[in-house]
Ligand binder design. Structure first.
Ligand SMILES: Cc1ncc(COP(=O)(O)O)c(C=O)c1O
Length: 465
């Protein structure tokens, strides 16, 4: 009771209903008006006095302390020093200019995003509600990720990719982007040389470079990474790791040929470098069976395999995973604790349930059919709209087409004009290691339905010259 009275009076002071210096009624009158015992009121007043809200003047009564700071927020114009949000009062180191491309256009043809409108959200919501019943998931937990999801992912990579793993071989990350960052921090050292595909994924390069790693490009042709060129790089550099996208080369969509896969594993063993295998859209292969990842044939502990739920489910979930030799996972887990402590264990448990119920597999099957049809439709519609001006090859998998233009077309300006009309796509230049203009563009077909895609292609046609 006394605490409640103290809180009520304290709130009145904080809200300004009782001003500094105001005199309080005597304790007897207060007790009467509050319907409380006088001793209770005296105890409440003593409490407020101890906290500095009230002061007593002997013989005169009890007053609101004159030193209560006004809690009214000051308006910016009252501040003595005007704040300049663009001003930094200390030395900032030089920063990388790498930034994410604009991601919110009405018609995203960015080349790698799924149609998140088709995600089974009702099932996800139910699984999340069930996961929340286990309140231990709201506590600090395993930095490697929820054990149920690690088990589910281990079964998933074993079943779909031929990668033998159990829960202890899996680290759950916030997307594969975090996996790359953790790898660079904990497995590589500043100055280490990492070979990358000369056409590739800028976000991955940026994560590696942020840890002071030096990147060396290796050419890509229609069979994937060129081993001939890799051999020249290996002869001239102490390569510590190779980052690549063997299944559907990003951005050119080609699949690394079988002889090259074996050749790559053999070179990694011989030169003792790590293969950082980014297996980002394994599920979406339309013609024939998906090719198994390098990790499935690794008997020497050279492959660090990582994947993501960004394509099979949704990028906003921020869930990815790494399968790697355990000493690597231990280091990555320790590095993870510094930046993130652990992932979203409630979400991870819910996703584990969706895997266990077969919901993820069912969704992947549904999406494979949808994207397959969208791939074919986009290729047909682009050919109809552009004729020979665009060389449209149909990839055997993935979520985007890699398209060659007549070399007279300035693809970057085309992309800028299209963006003004609401269509986002990436010019080839975005993927080129040397950053030079290229007569290519990547067009995503997965995120748009038929009408949207047709509208997008009409805008591409109207803006291309
Ligand atoms: C080559 C490549 N790897 C990985 C990813 C997925 O990244 P994340 O798992 O961080 O969403 C993408 C997404 O665009 C990608 O294109």
């Amino acid at each position: 009771m006394f605490a409640r009275i103290a809180r009520t009076i304290g709130d009145d002071i904080r809200r300004g209903r009782l001003r500094p210096g105001a005199r309080l009624p005597g304790s007897r009158r207060l007790a009467e008006s509050l319907g409380a015992h006088r001793n209770t009121v005296l105890r409440a007043l003593a409490e407020l006095q101890a906290e500095g809200w009230l002061e007593t003047a002997p013989g005169r009564g009890t007053f609101v302390s004159a030193r209560i700071p006004a809690e009214r927020p000051r308006r910016a114009s009252e501040l003595r020093v005007p704040r300049d949000p663009g001003r930094v009062g200390f030395a900032l180191p030089r920063a990388s200019r790498e930034g994410p491309p604009p991601s919110s256009a009405p018609l995203p043809m960015g080349g790698g995003t799924p149609d998140v409108r088709l995600v089974p959200t009702a099932e996800l919501a139910r699984a999340l509600r069930r996961a929340l019943r286990d309140t231990s998931l709201l506590d600090y937990g395993d930095a490697r990720g929820d054990v149920a999801l690690r088990e589910a992912l281990a079964r998933h990579v074993a079943r779909t990719r031929g990668v033998a793993a159990d829960a202890d071989d899996v680290l759950v990350t916030r997307g594969s982007q975090m996996a790359l960052d953790l790898l660079a921090r904990s497995v590589l050292s500043p100055g280490d040389v990492v070979a990358v595909e000369a056409w590739g994924y800028r976000a991955a390069w940026a994560a590696l470079r942020a840890s002071g790693v030096q990147l060396v490009p290796v050419a890509v042709d229609r069979h994937g990474l060129s081993l001939e060129h890799l051999d020249r790089v290996l002869a001239s550099h102490a390569v510590r790791a190779l980052y690549l996208t063997p299944h559907h080369q990003y951005p050119t969509t080609v699949t690394l040929s079988a002889p090259r896969r074996l050749g790559l594993l053999e070179r990694a063993r011989r030169h003792r470098f790590a293969i950082l295998e980014d297996d980002y859209d394994h599920e979406f292969h339309y013609d024939g069976r998906p090719v198994l990842p390098l990790a499935s044939a690794d008997d020497a502990g050279v492959v660090i395999h990582f994947g993501t739920l960004s394509k099979i489910l949704a990028p906003g979930l921020r869930v990815g995973y790494v399968v790697a030799p355990r000493p690597v996972l231990e280091r990555m887990t320790r590095a993870r604790v510094f930046v993130d402590r652990q992932g979203d264990l409630v979400l991870e448990r819910a996703l584990a349930e969706l895997f266990e119920d077969g919901e993820v597999t069912r969704h992947a099957h549904r999406m494979r059919r949808v994207y397959h049809a969208r791939r074919d439709a986009m290729a047909t519609e682009l050919r109809a709209a552009f004729g020979d001006a665009l060389d449209v090859r149909v990839p055997s998998g993935g979520m985007a087409l890699w398209v060659r233009t007549e070399s007279a077309v300035d693809v970057a300006s085309w992309a800028a004009r299209a963006l003004e009309r609401g269509v986002f796509f990436q010019p080839g230049q975005r993927f080129a290691f040397d950053g030079r203009a290229q007569p290519f563009l990547r067009l995503g077909f997965a995120a748009l339905d038929d009408l949207e895609r047709q509208r997008g292609i009409a805008i591409l046609r109207e803006t291309w010259r």
